[in-house]
Design a protein around this ligand. Structure first.
Ligand code: PAF
Length: 252
């Protein structure tokens, strides 16, 4: 696996690639888990080469404590990507990705203001801006995103269409632990009691009940509900267990 942190060097390597080489891309913020590895494996199956990026993007964190508490496991991440058979790992730093110091932003004005966007002001500006930058750097044919972050996936897919990007945006199913909890880098921060309670979030979301009854049920278990809403055939939720914020969604 080639590991590179120089964006300009990557761009020149990319220009030398044959036009027939199918390239898949999986952008991540590290702390890799089985959800990420399912995206990587899908990319490895569908492309000649797979590029993964690890970049803990500060502009998508509205809460500095959330950023400083984000798990960082670079050595294990590199080992997992090597074992999976990834071709290139990009590890850019802030200056490489933001030579403009975030003076330029990509802002969506409707869906990004709802659900997670309503609770985390500016979050999707940071996500869309960094994903646009990474897609432009990597110039892949296909890029893979997990359905756990369904709102993020929809916004990125629609951004790619709106800006006529050549990269195809592909959604991959949420990967869950045996008890139904969606894999997330944040799960590592759950205390033992919180981890036991956490699967009841997904179990509750799948029940045939009104949104108000679902909220009441989650609160009776001990979750603090950030939001629970049904939109366009999907039920979306975000809850807190202690300081840890979990999100999930199911088709309805
Ligand atoms: O889903 C994530 O890990 C991040 O939001 C992404 C897409 C890598 C952008 O930083």
């Amino acid at each position: 696996m080639i590991i590179g942190n120089d964006v300009k060097q990557w761009q020149s390597i990319r220009r030398q690639d044959s036009v027939d080489t199918m390239l898949g891309f999986v952008p991540t913020m590290g702390a890799l888990h089985q959800g990420h590895l399912s995206l990587v494996n899908r990319s490895l199956q569908e492309n000649d080469k797979t590029v993964v990026s690890i970049f803990l993007n500060p502009t998508q964190f509205n809460d500095p404590k959330d950023l400083s508490g984000y798990p960082q496991t670079l050595e294990q991440d590199i080992a997992a990507l090597e074992t999976a058979g990834v071709d290139v790992l990009l590890l850019p730093d802030f200056e490489q990705v933001y030579p403009d110091n975030y003076r330029y932003k990509l802002i969506e004005s409707e869906f990004s203001q709802q659900l997670c966007g309503a609770s985390r002001p500016g979050h999707f500006d940071g996500v869309l801006t960094v994903v646009m930058k990474l897609l432009n750097i990597v110039q892949a044919h296909n890029a893979y995103f997990g359905e756990k972050d369904y709102q993020q996936y929809v916004l990125i897919k629609e951004m790619a269409e709106a800006f006529f990007l050549r990269t195809k945006i592909i959604a991959c199913p949420t990967v869950r632990e045996a008890d139904g909890l969606a894999f997330s880098s944040r799960n590592a921060r759950l205390a033992t009691g919180e981890r036991i309670l956490a699967p009841f979030f997904h179990k509750t979301l799948t029940q045939d009940m009104s949104v108000d009854s679902l909220k009441a049920q989650l609160e009776s278990y001990g979750f603090k509900v950030d939001y629970l809403e049904e939109l366009s055939g999907r039920r979306y939720g975000a809850v807190y267990l202690g300081k840890v914020r979990l999100i999930d969604n199911v088709a309805i």
